[in-house]
Design a protein around this ligand. Structure first.
Ligand code: IPE
Ligand code: IPE
Ligand code: MG
Length: 248
């Protein structure tokens, strides 16, 4: 049996894929293991999916790794996730460079412990000239946090007289977000069967195609990614127009 990869139409590849990597805890629990075991295996999936996206020619891959709300988990789990982050950065640094992938991170990064913050900044700096794909890790991130911060920045500009309220338009708001340099996601994937957004990229996903799969993140494979992309390619993105207008 051939790979689903061969069916993907290159010209209609999503430029930007965003993923809510969910289900690590349940994956571990179903095997009678600790939640952290699931997170460890989740890192292997990140490796596989990142490589697969780069090989396909996807330009932006944005992964929800740790949300603002995830700070409310037990300190044991939070610490384990932080340790996994530094280990993964160390281990995957070569993969990023070998595959010409630029690392980026968005979120309230100042909340990260110094060790994690420094490791992240160093990996970002060392991969900054890579051009094949941008991998963005969303850490201590939430859409409402991002929008609140953007509103504060805009309000300060208005207060200081460098911006008129009439100049506030959609482009200005987009450019005030942490994702300013990226196009909006074409495809948003969530694993684990949950069908919700959980405070992810609220502004940016206005017209993204949503794809939900029951697979837990550690079980999500390259073939599952290809299946999601094929599903995406079978859809008609109308952006408010009619089907007839699109086909013209
Ligand atoms: C996703 O898996 C990873 C993070 C949120 C850090 P979960 O840890 O949410 O796993 P479930 O949803 O409890 O199974
Ligand atoms: C969303 O998953 C955040 C990440 C994947 C990092 P959660 O597991 O935290 O989301 P909820 O709480 O089920 O909505
Ligand atoms: Mg979850």
């Amino acid at each position: 049996m051939g790979s689903l990869k061969d069916k993907i139409i290159e010209e209609r590849l999503p430029q930007h894929i965003a993923i809510i990597m969910d289900g690590n805890g349940r994956w571990a629990k179903q095997q009678g293991k600790m939640r952290v075991f699931g997170h460890q295996h989740g890192v292997d999936t990140v490796h596989e999916i990142t490589k697969a996206c780069a090989e396909l020619g996807v330009k932006y891959l944005t992964l929800y790794a740790f949300s603002t709300e995830n700070w409310n988990r037990s300190s044991f789990e939070v610490d384990a996730l932080m340790t996994l982050l530094t280990n993964a950065l160390k281990k995957e640094f070569k993969t990023l460079n070998d595959n010409n992938i630029r690392l980026n991170a968005i979120g309230d990064l100042k909340r990260l412990p110094d060790l994690q913050y420094d490791a992240l900044m160093s990996a970002i700096e060392k991969t900054k000239n890579n051009t094949r794909m941008t991998l963005t890790l969303c850490l201590s991130y939430s859409g409402r946090w991002e929008l609140t911060k953007a509103m504060q920045e805009i309000a300060i500009k208005v207060k200081n007289g460098v911006l008129n309220p009439e100049q506030i338009d959609e482009a200005l708001i987009s450019n005030s977000l942490a994702t300013a340099t990226m196009p909006d996601p074409d495809l948003l994937i969530r694993t684990s069967g949950e069908e919700r957004i959980s405070n992810y990229l609220l502004w940016q996903i206005a017209y993204s195609e949503l794809y939900f799969t029951k697979k837990y993140w550690p079980d999500f494979s390259k073939e599952d990614l290809y299946e999601a992309i094929l599903d995406y390619q079978g859809r008609e993105r109308r952006f408010g127009k009619t089907s007839e207008q699109i086909k013209k």
